[in-house]
Write a new protein. Structure first.
Length: 292
């Protein structure tokens, strides 16, 4: 339902019944406000993933032996709410089948309907340059710049941790302080170091029965990921992101997504790092005993 097939992630799609992880794309970026183009990311990430080696030296996992089913792309429409409903329908189907959904956008608002396919007692970890906590943006209550505020209203702000944030308004910062939403800036990371920050992430997520991890690729410094719609200097390195994503893949993590790659804005390096983040997340998750 609402899906059409594409060349599969990693080049090989395992049968759904044998898969632990289910990959699906959402080629939608209608609320992007600077440089659109993330709608092209699912196809670009699939293409590059088929040309990456699949052994993870970080986790010691041969990903050729980890079954991943590629369900295809959601058939999106212009209307944001209808597209979100379709994403929710697909994600709910995956969750009810007791599989791990791996969504690739598209814009970051698409995280919202996937998160809503789970129970409310969930910890959400977001890697992002931006907080996306505005109450409204350009007169809209739901967009790539406001979706996290809507998620916070559903889960509770104290269920959310944002890592890598460095671009936000004063009202967004005030909201975090008032509502106890946890943030870790790149300055915090450099002060505390990777090990301590990784432990802080695992401690936060461990408070919940389930967890969800979302990666907006603009959390990386533009030197590492120039192909994004809203580049923000002074970001994380590829090593820092991969290390922290791997640390976050606890047994309770039930879903993952990667968004905001705009492949037409560079020569392929951002799609490549995006594919690498997904592969390392799967490897780390599998290494912790998640075969189903």
């Amino acid at each position: 339902m609402f899906l059409s097939g594409r060349v599969p992630f990693t080049g090989v799609s395992a049968p759904l019944e044998k898969a632990d992880y289910v990959f699906f794309g959402v080629p939608y970026d209608k609320t992007s406000t600077y440089k659109a183009g993330s709608r092209f990311a699912p196809g670009a990430i699939r293409d590059v993933s088929a040309n990456l080696e699949l052994y993870s030296i970080r986790s010691g996992v041969d990903l050729e032996k980890v079954p991943v089913h590629d369900m295809g792309d959601v058939d999106v429409v212009d209307d944001l709410e209808e597209t979100h409903q379709r994403v929710s329908t697909v994600a709910t189907e995956i969750v009810q089948a007791r599989k791990i959904p791996i969504m690739v956008g598209g814009e970051h608002s698409l995280t919202k309907p996937v998160v809503e396919s789970f129970e409310k007692d969930m910890g959400l970890l977001s890697f992002d340059a931006h907080m996306d906590l505005r109450d409204e943006f350009l007169g809209e209550k739901l967009s790539h710049a406001t979706f996290m505020r809507r998620v916070a209203e559903r889960l509770g702000p104290d269920h959310i941790m944002e890592v890598g944030v460095r671009a936000f308004t004063k009202p967004e910062l005030d909201f975090c302080k008032r509502e106890e939403l946890t943030i870790v800036t790149p300055l915090d990371l450099r002060k505390d170091g990777l090990d301590k920050t990784g432990r802080r992430i695992t401690s936060f997520l461990s408070k919940f029965r389930q967890a969800y991890v979302t990666v907006d690729i603009d959390v990386l410094d533009p030197a590492f990921a120039p192909g994004v719609g809203n580049p923000e200097p002074d970001g994380l390195s590829t090593d820092e992101l991969l290390t922290l994503v791997s640390a976050s893949m606890l047994r309770i993590v039930s879903g993952f997504d990667l968004v905001e790659v705009s492949p037409q804005l560079d020569s392929g390096q951002t799609a490549a790092v995006g594919a690498k983040v997904i592969l390392e997340a799967i490897a780390a998750h599998h290494a912790r005993g998640h075969s189903r």
